[in-house]
Ligand binder design. Sequence first.
Ligand SMILES: [Zn+2]
Length: 386
Amino acid sequence: MPIGHAEAVNPDIIMITCKRLFFLTAILLLSANFASAENKNKILAGKPEKPRFTVKDIEWPEKFGDASVCLWKDDAIAAFSLTIDDNCAPDHEWWLETGKKYGFPITWFVITDRISGTNSFNGTWEGYKKLIDAGNDVGSHTAMHLHIDEPGWKDIETEYADSKKDIEENIKGHKAFVLAFPGGPNTKLNDQEIAAKYYIGCRAGSAAINPANMINYTSINSIGAINIGNAQFESQDLLTALEKGRAKRAQFYRGWYCCHFHLVKPELREELSKPFEFLAAKIKSDELWAGLFRDIAMYGQERDTAKLTVKEVAKDKIVLSLNDEMDDSIFNYPLTVKVRLEPSWKSAEAMQDSKKVKCRLVTNNGGNYALIQVVPDIGDVTVTGK
Ligand SMILES: [Zn+2]
């Protein structure tokens, strides 16, 4: 008898009570699910009124079982994305080689109406598929780039909606999650609220690093170069994101450095090798997370709304749960969770939803830690150690 003080009760009454309880629980669970699905965000739109959290240095919790969500993937200091506008097909091969050589993925924001036309500058759908297959991404730079005088122009909503549809119809299995607002004389037609209906992240033109705790996901800042060691433009310098105390305006430390390029003339390619070598070293040392624009936008919004709970700490295991407030049908990028392990554990593994998930051991100041890749809202994570 598993229950301590159970007395003899008519089994029929128990059955009825159980059925009722089951029914009530089912209703409660269903309504909770509906409520959470309805309340879940498709994007965190607009500029936050105040910082969403305090940006700290890399954390090393002291107590066994203590856990936190890392600011960026793999506990990197800062995030970096490289994006390219206006199709620029003559550069595709060079970018493919360059991204592979230095270890960063690339996001192309394409003007969709121009693809598969007669002008070889704009590329072909097959060409863009090849870029995606190599680990890069293709998002929207609208259908017509705000050329409102050209035939076919309707309105800004059509521009955002049709370009997304065009990409997804022409590249099977691919989703265009992100948008870069076009510049030029009609730039005032861009509309963050309308774009938020179609995209999870929109890139704008303000040349600054995105402070990690103040990201406006419908107007993500981007810099037209990779500045390194440029004292004149602190808010546009990659070192400001990576080195504490460098910036007078400290909010850029540990931020998201997004940059954008157009056509890179062959004579300029040579000049870029120095910043690329710097990037490669920082990526290799895990100080910099070089990610796709969409992945960083996804990580940021999951992290900004994440709730991490340590449910159990036992001698041989730790159980965690991670939830967020983002739409689970889109936002399924793993967040890196750092957990302090028991000092005697020589190895650890992590399971989520009965599947093994990536779990890497790191040490700091005599302490053992695991960096675990956890997708929010798909079930508890059990970390076991030996
Ligand atoms: Zn453009």
